[in-house]
Design a protein around this ligand. Sequence first.
Ligand SMILES: Nc1ncnc2c1ncn2[C@@H]1O[C@H](COP(=O)(O)OP(=O)(O)OP(=O)(O)O)[C@@H](O)[C@H]1O
Length: 359
Amino acid sequence: MEFFNREKEIKITLSIIEDEPDDTYFIYGPINSGKTTLINEIINNKLNKDKYVVFYINLRRYFISKYDDFIALLFKEYSEDKKPLELIKGLIKDSPLIFGIPIPKNTLEILLSKNEEVNVFDYITNFLLDIKKEGKQPIIILDELQKIGDLKINGFLIYELFNYFISLTKEMHLSHVFCLSSDSLFIERVYNEAVLNGRAKYLLVDDFDKETAMKFMDFLSERILNKKLSNEEKELIYSYVGGKPKDIIYVIKRLRVENLKEILDYLLNDAKQKLDMLLEVLDYSTPKVVVGDKEVEVKKEDIINALRLFKEKYMINKKEIPTPVYMYLVKKNILFLNPVEGTLRPQSFLIWNGIKRLI
Ligand SMILES: Nc1ncnc2c1ncn2[C@@H]1O[C@H](COP(=O)(O)OP(=O)(O)OP(=O)(O)O)[C@@H](O)[C@H]1O
């Protein structure tokens, strides 16, 4: 899919990258808003490849149950008889993007066998210093960082990692660090994390606003359908799916074979069914969520009352819903929590429409 817009987000991200590394950045937003797509566009088409080396580490596809699993994902072993820096020089000729930090075969095993994670991080730091000496700026991007949110090694691994990020950015100004996540409860935890106070910044990649969403529909319909949609059609699409790029793409692609009302009704029905199912299960079980160090039961009636608040409004202050209740709804991907603004809203217009019709 051809990339569309995001001019403001690109400008902000590039200005951060052009400055000396200072803060760790968390890129967050509702599900399927386009965070990964935006970062890929910046890496592939906006960065000066002679100036930067980007290490992209995507935790999405992996099962991570222990420290070693995570460390193994940070690195990529190679068997050539070369120094990591030499290897990198060959790899970044066409693109600044490297998947995983290169490490000679068996070296990782040795670093890990000593069981001191500081060695692993020392290796990375020295390697980044070498890259910097070559006149290039390293950038580390971690996608789906929440996957290690609950991993423990003498306390939570994530805090070890945050301390390392602070040393790379704020202290040594050695590498940019961007962490992407759709898990807004994780972002809330990070946001309240004392060690990151004043050392982390947050960039929201949101669904498109109405004006941009309508332009995106034009952009897609011209390319996919070879025609323009009428204003009424675009208004109708927006009223069902809002500005979520993924849903807009789905609708326009389906228009090749189906009529608009059928597509929108199908999507809305699907959202309603999922919500209905979630509520039905609550007749037979009472979910529990962990708030602080307490496990708290969440009652169906409180969940319904919380959802009712969205019948008239799209966005509310998070204080309007008790913490365990919103935590449950965020976990279930019904609500999106913006910890920076302190607001809650449905994860998508489709879910919002489902709530309005079902509750
Ligand atoms: N600016 C854009 N131009 C074109 N397509 C886009 C754009 N932004 C997002 N998309 C499309 O929307 C879909 C979802 O985007 P993406 O996977 O980047 O979202 P995400 O926010 O990273 O998702 P997740 O919530 O899973 O982390 C993708 O299929 C992508 O092609």
